[in-house]
Design a protein around this ligand. Structure first.
Ligand SMILES: Nc1nc2c(ncn2[C@@H]2O[C@H](COP(=O)(O)OP(=O)(O)OP(=O)(O)O)[C@@H](O)[C@H]2O)c(=O)[nH]1
Length: 620
């Protein structure tokens, strides 16, 4: 809410009004104080009205008062640790009333030395200090004076005992630390202390230039990481988010420079002397844009790979009914997540379980068994599906196929049949045509041949099965085909499990290799061998929002290149007329729009955009 604040500036005080990233601030130094206190005037990109504009560029010595039309931030507080019983709980307070809150909670005690932990007793601010008004004893207090703090404001941290009643009492006491506002129905003033809304500390950090948008997005990854790979991604992201922001900013500057060069053509007249001819100038711009576009595409691809780490890799179990998909899922998960039954077609819908596989977050989906025509490797006879498939099963099969096609990795479970089915008395390998046809259309296929325990001499024929699988699925390398036995794995006593009796661990290691391939950063082919490739590693941390903006940026660049190159093609003397026929204004506009997409990534958008970007980021 906007309201008029009055900065009373004494004779020796300074006031500086600055604008940064579409936000306007007034900083003033009160007499006898050494801290600069930035006051946010406007975050909408619009210049604040009134006297402020006159002082925007220089430091100002003044002896009167100055009316500034701006936003005054109330002091906010929140429980920063998870709720529930714990040894300690941290309550964070940010804003101009920190010192006052401290003095009310710890009457007659000096303000702690900045950034030094100090033990204090907290008292109820509404009562005189006495043993009966103690809220918490032995509270550790940290005071961080602004503006060099997380939020850019004064911050007070109360490390109280973590009992729910203590937390409740201290939280309830904080808003009572300042005298209440006089009731005024016409007043638009916000309460001077209030509980923070979600993400508000971080939002203030951004508005006060303490954190960039990419840093905030990396912070979100840090707080949500549950697996080892997610942790690594978030740590890398947190460390490199500033560098990523700098990269995008340098790309934006390159685009703005290219746009400037193009716009110079608008004023180009025959008699004007340019250092370069228009053709060369446009040619240079095109080459620069093409190089940037290539880099953006790789960043986008790496972002998709990073999203696999963040959101999880979807792994679909595809196979015929009774192949052992549910048994395998249960072996992997270690609990009865899916129903295992001798009856074919037990699984009717997709059963998805989230698991941590070797540090990768995997969404493992058991699905209905696919069935149709079937070929058995072993007896050489073909077999057609004889059952009539019911409507529910049909729907289950449709969903299973759909899930497999969109999965990141598909684990095809094939099974051996009971001995005796083969004329030789050996088990045979089921290769259902529905399963094979679907697997052929999927990417990143790994194959598990299950029920290997049914084979009396396991070692005698695996090679035959591997080549049979490769005959049907030539894309699948032999190193991605595994023999397993869910039965052996589940019936082996736990003390022998380390010997990997059913081959499940070997299969999981193969899957992990596949995950590594899928989530490794791509480095462009034209990257100089001695260049720093870590930026490509860092681009794994690009968020979904940032990737969307990169895609939008590439779209504008494509339009730019299309227009310019079409113009070159149409001209009679190849590129000779490029400068004359080109709609320079439209081309420059494409570059401006592309640069604006990059600006939104870092939060440096033009007027009005910053709030929109913040809305998207803080939604989470
Ligand atoms: N001998 C042997 N039998 C197994 C093995 N794995 C699973 N089975 C049996 O095969 C039958 C089917 O297993 P499920 O795991 O339900 O098979 P599914 O592929 O999920 O079946 P649907 O849900 O019908 O698609 C059950 O009787 C299991 O006990 C194995 O490694 N060896």
């Amino acid at each position: 809410m906007r309201r008029s604040i009055r900065a009373v500036v004494s004779h020796h005080a300074h006031i500086t009004v600055t604008s940064a990233q579409g936000r306007w601030y007034a900083s003033h130094q009160a007499p006898g104080r050494y801290q600069w206190r930035p006051v946010l005037l406007s975050s909408s990109g619009l210049k604040p009205s009134g006297a402020v504009n006159e002082y925007q560029t220089r430091r100002w010595r003044h002896s009167e008062s100055l009316d500034i039309d701006g936003d005054e931030q109330p002091t906010i507080y929140a429980l920063s640790t998870a709720s529930g019983r714990a040894a300690i709980a941290v309550i964070r307070i940010s804003g101009p009333a920190c010192r006052q809150i401290y003095s009310s909670l710890c009457p007659n005690r000096p303000v702690p030395k900045p950034r030094h932990a100090t033990l204090r007793t907290l008292y109820d601010p509404s009562l005189p200090p006495s043993p009966s008004s103690i809220l918490d004893s032995s509270t550790l207090i940290l005071y961080f004076p602004g503006p060099r703090t997380l939020t850019g404001e004064d911050i007070l941290e109360l490390h109280v005992h973590g009992g729910p009643a203590i937390i409740r009492a201290v939280l309830a006491a904080i808003p009572r630390c300042l005298p209440p506002l006089a009731p005024d129905p016409h007043s638009t003033r916000l309460p001077p202390i209030r509980y923070a809304s979600p993400g508000e500390f971080t939002r203030r950090a951004f508005l006060n230039d303490r954190l960039s948008l990419p840093q905030i997005e990396a912070l979100s990854d840090t707080l949500t990481a549950t697996t080892e790979q997610q942790r690594r991604l978030s740590v890398r992201g947190a460390a490199s988010s500033n560098r990523l922001a700098q990269t995008y900013e340098s790309w934006r500057q390159s685009l703005l420079q290219a746009r400037g060069e193009l716009e110079a053509l608008i004023d180009f007249a025959e008699d004007q002397q340019f250092e370069e001819t228009p053709v060369r100038l446009v040619g240079g711009v095109v080459r620069a844009v093409e190089a940037l576009r290539r880099r953006m595409l790789v960043h986008g691809e790496n972002a998709v790979r990073g999203e696999l780490l963040r959101g999880g890799i979807s792994l679909a179990l595809l196979g015929a009914p009774n192949a052992g998909k549910s048994s395998l899922l249960n072996c992997v998960v270690g609990r009865e997540a899916a129903i295992v039954s001798r009856e074919a077609g037990t699984t009717r819908d997709v059963v998805e379980v989230g698991i941590d596989l070797g540090g990768w977050y995997v969404r493992l989906g058991d699905m209905a068994g696919l069935r149709g025509g079937e070929t058995k490797i072993g007896d050489g006879r073909g077999l057609n599906s004889s059952d009539v498939i019911g409507e529910i099963e049909q729907e289950g099969i449709r969903r299973a196929k759909e899930q497999a096609l969109k999965a990141d990795v598909v684990l095809v479970v094939l099974s051996l049949e009971e001995p005796g089915a083969d004329v030789s008395g050996h088990p045979s390998l089921q290769l259902d045509t529905e399963v094979i046809d679907t697997a052929r259309r999927c990417s990143n296929v790994v194959v598990a041949i299950n029920k290997i325990d049914l084979h009396p001499a396991k070692a005698s024929s695996p090679a035959r099965w591997v080549s049979a699988v490769q005959h049907e699925l030539p894309e699948v390398q032999a190193s991605r085909i595994f023999e397993i036995s869910c039965r052996a794995a589940s019936t082996t006593p736990p003390d022998l499990a380390s010997q990997d009796p059913g081959g499940i661990q070997t299969l999981l290691n193969g899957l992990i290799d596949q995950f590594k391939d899928l989530t490794a950063a791509i480095v462009p082919d034209d990257e100089a061998p001695d260049s720093d490739v870590s930026i490509w590693q860092e681009s794994l941390g690009v968020t979904e929002r940032q990737r969307g903006l990169l895609e939008e940026c590439v779209m504008h660049l494509d339009r730019f290149l299309e227009n310019v190159l079409a113009n070159a093609k149409n001209s009679e003397d190849s590129v000779g007329n490029i400068g004359d026929d080109l709609d320079v204004v439209a081309a420059a506009e494409d570059l401006r729009a592309a640069a604006e997409c990059l600006a939104k990534i870092t939060g440096k958008g033009e007027s009005g955009d910053v709030e929109e970007v913040l809305g998207v980021v803080f939604e989470k």
